[in-house]
Design a protein around this ligand. Structure first.
Ligand SMILES: O=C(O)COP(=O)(O)O
Ligand SMILES: [Mg+2]
Length: 224
């Protein structure tokens, strides 16, 4: 059996990025000459990547569906230049990642955010080097909940038993389809009722995660 693996979602899991996503969406709508959407609306649109976000914005703001590709490009140009103005790493993420590495887990990131956007943010917040590999929403033809990215990342990380850690029902479905354990972070952008999400365990503070992870793997007979 390979070394156990822990893979993280990004938006709403490692980072609280909704404020910058909302700010960039507001600037996009302003450029398009339409009223802004609320923070709660935009936050609820996060989870299916930038194309998914733009689809929801087009619907909510009654923009022309034919402008989709232009709106995606316009959003990304602006967002990528300003994606770390309001974004914050959730508390205790960095020491948690360090501890998991010390324990011997192999770490990766599987996000629906475009790879370049995710890489830039991870570098700015000094998190990039904690991970051996990152998969983005544009790394494979289909985004989560399609499990292709997660499955491929597990292969890159040696094919060992894996835990996926995320904040959404999409992440839970992805984990289930990739047949991994799933840890639900309850302080992110979950849009569903907690009872409707299938998880191996849930947690609300990253300080808890290293020990819980060890316990959950040990329960499966997996030891680092
Ligand atoms: O960009 C998104 O819509 C979501 O990104 P996530 O997969 O890191 O939550
Ligand atoms: Mg997320």
């Amino acid at each position: 059996m390979g070394t156990p693996i822990v893979i993280f979602d990004l938006d709403g899991t490692l980072i609280d990025s909704a404020p910058d996503i909302h700010a960039a969406a507001s600037r996009l709508l302003k450029r398009e000459g339409v009223p802004p959407l609320t923070f709660d609306d935009i936050r609820s649109f996060i989870g299916r990547g930038v194309p998914g976000l733009i689809d929801r914005i087009i619907e909510a703001s009654q923009l022309a569906p034919e402008s989709r590709e232009r709106l995606i490009a316009s959003f990304l140009d602006d967002y990528n230049a300003r994606s770390t103005e309001l974004t914050r790493v959730f508390p205790d993420v960095a020491p948690c990642l360090q501890k998991l590495r010390e324990f011997g887990f192999r770490l990766g990131v599987c996000t629906n955010k475009p790879l370049a956007s995710a890489t830039r943010i991870l570098k700015v917040y000094d998190l990039f080097d904690a991970f051996e590999a990152v998969v983005g929403g544009d790394s494979f033809p289909a985004v989560k909940p399609d499990p292709a990215g997660l499955v491929s990342l597990i292969g890159t990380l040696g094919g060992g038993p894996a835990l996926y850690v995320g904040d959404s029902a999409i992440d839970a479905q992805t984990a289930s389809r990739a047949r991994t354990l799933f840890g639900l972070f309850t302080e992110g952008y979950l849009n569903a009722r907690l009872e409707s999400v299938r998880y191996t365990f849930r947690f609300d503070a990253f300080s808890e995660l290293p020990l819980v992870t060890e316990e959950v793997f040990a329960h499966q007979g997996v030891f680092v």
